[in-house]
Each structure stands twice: as C-alpha cells, then as structure tokens.
Design a protein around this ligand. Structure first.
Ligand SMILES: Nc1nc2c(ncn2[C@@H]2O[C@H](COP(=O)(O)OP(=O)(O)OP(=O)(O)O)[C@@H](O)[C@H]2O)c(=O)[nH]1
Ligand SMILES: [Mg+2]
Length: 453
C-alpha cells in the first residue's frame, strides 16, 4: 500500500455537498489536524463513527456558530485513509462561511483543491484509479444508465475484472520464472509451453470478448449521438426544437439556414442522448454553407444513430444518397401537410411520418431512438471497456498476450522472452488501477472532480 508523501502535513477542508442553498451542508475535513477541530471547534467529545449532535464554536471569541451533527472517522478507516471529520451544518451561506473561516484559522489547514480527498484516498491505497474514475463518473452522472455504469466502476467491479486477469497472468509468469531460475526443481513442469498455453489462450479469449463492444462506456459517458440529417428545409431544426422543448436552433423558411452543428442533451428513458441538428445536405457555391455541409457529413459519419429526414416534395441529392445507412431511421416530416402523393418526385424508405409543427409522431420517433440506444447500451455481465484510457491498456495487454501465446506454442522458445511478454501484459493491466506509471495521468483524472470530493 502506498503512503502519502508530505501531504499529511496539511489538513484540508471543503464543503462536500454542493454550493446550492440547502437544508444541510456537509463540510469534510481530512488530515492529522482533525483532532484540533474536535478539541477547538466541537469542544465536547464525540464517539468514532457515530453521529453526535454538537455546538460548533468560533475559536476566536467562543461564540456559537451552529448546532450540527459531527461524524468522526479516525484513520485509517476513513474515505481518505487519514483522520476525517464530517460536519453536517445548516446549509445557509453565512453558516457555511463562518465554519470555513474558523477551520481556516487552524494552523496547517487549507481549503481542499478539486478532487483532493479522492487523490489522498488513492495515494493511501483506499481506491484504485478505476474506482476513482468511477467516483468521478458517479458524481457527473446525469441519467440512470450513466449512474449504473459509474457504479460498476466505483464499486470495484472493473478493478476486480482486471485484477483477476492480472492474477492469471502472474500465475503463468510464475511458472516461466521458475523455469528460468530453477531449472532443476521438481515442481516446475517439464513441458512449460503446453502448461501455460491453455491458460494464456483462455485469457486471450476473455480479453478479446471483453473488447468486442469497445467504448460502450465512453459512448454512455459522452452521450448517444443522434444526428438529424437531410436536405435543406425539411424541418431538422424545427424537430430539434420540438425535442428540446425550446428554441435551440434557428428556424426560417430559407433553405440553408443551419450552418453549425447544434447539440441538445436529452435524458431519454435513462439514456444520455445528444441530438445534433445539422446543415441541410446539398451542393452549394456558398463557402460558409459548404463548411456547414462538411460538418454535417462528418457528424453523420460519427453518429451512433442517424435520423434521415425527407420530404418527398424535394429532390434528394446524390451526395446525400451515398451517405445513407440501412440502420438509420427514416422519417418524413411535415405530416400535417398531408401525403405528397404519387406526384412526388421520389419515394424514400420512410418508416415514420412526423410533424415538427404539431408534434405528431415525435413520441414514436423518440421510442425508436430509445430502443436503438438500449440495444447499444445493454449492460451485460461483462461490462466491456468503459474508458478510452482502459481500452489502450487492454489492447496493449492483448498484444503482449498474443505474442506470449505464440512463443509458448513453439517447440523451442526463449523463456526470458516469454517472461518479458507476460510481464509487459501484466504491466498494461496494472496501469489501469494506477499501480504503475501514474504520475502523468493523475492531474487529468483528479481534475474531473469538483471541490469537496
Ligand atoms: N407545416 C410544417 N412546416 C414545417 C414543419 N417543420 C418545419 N416546418 C417549416 O419548414 C421550414 C424549414 O424549417 P427548418 O426547421 O428551418 O428546416 P431545416 O431542415 O432545419 O432547414 P436548413 O437548416 O435550411 O437545412 C420553416 O418554415 C418551418 O416552419 C412541419 O412539421 N410542418
Ligand atoms: Mg436547420
């Protein structure tokens, strides 16, 4: 277990329950100075890990600040691993300010930086990096599905999976290292290759299966991107506004109104969905509109789901046809104007008629999109790779595992080389939990937190 270096000198404190006016505000204190708070600010003794109702008093003039609940967690059995106190004060601005001011008067005390409590928990071996990332996700989760995914990281399921794989690798490595170091010992199997290749093949299969639905977690974190695309004037921006229930995008009768991609975040049955309105697709001489069309094409290509909006009254340009995707949802807008009839220049594979103006069919469209998102995010037993950072480590591990498997299958191989591949595969997994090579990523990860966590 890592011990903190130098940090314990400073006791940190911060409100941990957000900045809104509320009934209660939890102010957390962590560090060796906690006992000063118990003696000076709280006064009366408190029992460890039990909520005690106490009066906080200003250390300068002895005046009472608030009557509040005090929770005392002596280290190392605390969130950070250090001594921790939680003060559940009344959530008014003046109470919070007076409490923070008094805490700041203790020598060696300072306001915590964002993520500093979690950083201390990590440095004290209370959490591994995947759990820290899960905690950040849990705090940032805006929808039910994001919460579920974050909990899988925060409660240690991601950690358990990768640590389990690492354990299997280290087990194989122990045979190889035994072969290298003690070739004459009895308990080292003669046929090293065949002993470990079965285990390595099984592990590689598990790793590859796990990577089969890559970045599911990343998509869930960023949101399922639904791009509204089609020729100009079909009503893409009107539909976006109808879904957002506000005037998010400009709507006019002029074809070619939208240029930039306009994004709106929606919680669709627990799934985080980002709807993107785009410029109407058409060939154009206008340089600004051309950039808009390029952005629209890019958005379509990067979309998780494309809603192709058409209007059979309008010509469907060749450029747009080449982009069409059989998995996309095809809709015809302006249903309130009636069917264009057989006289329309073309018939597209429309599965739904909607009207951005009256709202007709929009609920059905949202249900189709939700079904598509739920198919994509089905949270199975194997949680898949949840972060880009993890994906890089797992891919790296798989590469070394493959190399090791190949070596172990040969009649004659260099055991040193095999051991090195196994070590590198295990290192790649160790990186996920932050056992090694963490210095360069710590600031980025803890920077995701707000103050007080
Ligand atoms: N009757 C009717 N008119 C609509 C409907 N949806 C949009 N319109 C009208 O169609 C025109 C174009 O609407 P927009 O939402 O700007 O169309 P767009 O596809 O975003 O157009 P571009 O940004 O130019 O690509 C506006 O005059 C809207 O009021 C609808 O469902 N019914
Ligand atoms: Mg528009």
């Amino acid at each position: 277990m890592k011990r903190i270096r130098g940090l314990a000198e400073e006791t940190i404190f911060a409100p941990s329950s957000g900045n809104q006016k509320a009934g209660v505000c939890v102010i957390r204190v962590s560090g060796a100075g906690c006992r000063k708070v118990l003696d000076g600010l709280v006064g009366e003794p408190v029992r460890a890990r039990q909520a005690c109702l106490r009066t906080l008093s200003n250390t300068e003039n002895g005046e009472p600040i608030d009557r509040c609940l005090v929770l005392w967690f002596p280290g190392p059995s605390s969130f950070t691993g250090e001594d921790v106190i939680e003060l559940h004060v009344h959530g008014g601005r003046a109470v919070i300010d007076a409490t923070l001011r008094t805490l700041g008067n203790f020598s060696g005390f300072r306001l915590a930086e964002p993520g500093e409590f979690a950083r201390r928990a990590f440095l004290n071996g209370k959490l591994d990096l995947s759990e820290v990332e899960g905690l950040a996700d849990l705090i940032n989760a805006q929808t039910e599905m994001q919460r579920k995914l974050a909990l899988r990281e925060a409660d240690g399921r991601v950690k358990a999976l990768y640590e389990g794989w690492r354990g299997r690798l280290l087990h194989c490595l122990s045979f190889v290292e035994a072969d290298v170091d003690f070739v004459d010992e009895d308990d080292v199997p003669d046929d090293l290759g065949s002993t470990i290749s079965g285990s390595l093949a099984e592990l590689l299969e598990d790793v590859n299966k796990h990577c089969a639905n890559p970045m599911q977690g990343e998509v869930l974190r960023q949101g399922f991107r639904v791009v509204l695309a089609g020729v100009p004037n079909v009503g893409k921006s009107s539909l976006l506004n109808r879904i957002a229930q506000r005037e998010a995008a400009i709507v006019t009768e002029t074809a070619g109104t939208t240029r930039d991609v306009v994004e709106v975040f929606v919680d669709l049955g627990g799934y985080p969905v980002v709807f993107c309105d785009t410029a109407g697709l058409r060939g154009t001489e206008d340089p600004v509109e051309r950039i808009g069309v390029e952005r629209a094409v890019k958005a379509v290509n990067e979309a998780d789901c494309v809603v192709w909006m058409c209007d059979e009254r309008l010509e469907w340009p060749e450029a747009a046809r080449s982009l069409t995707d059989s998995d996309a949802i095809w809709i015809r807008n302006k249903g309130d104007l009636g069917d264009p009839g057989e006289s329309a220049p073309q018939r597209s594979p429309v599965s739904l008629v909607v009207s951005a103006q009256s709202g007709e069919g929009v609920v059905d469209l949202l249900a189709l999109i939700q079904a598509s998102a739920s198919e994509r995010f089905e949270l199975t037993e194997d949680i898949g790779v949840v972060r880009q950072r993890h994906a890089e480590c797992v891919t790296n591990c798989a590469g070394h595992l493959e190399a090791a498997l190949k070596l172990s299958g040969q009649d004659h191989f260099d055991t040193e080389l095999l051991a090195e591949e196994l070590r590198l595969a295990a290192r790649a997994l160790a990186k996920i939990g932050g056992r090694i090579d963490v210095e360069d990523i710590l600031d980025r990860i803890f920077g995701e937190f707000c103050i007080g966590k």
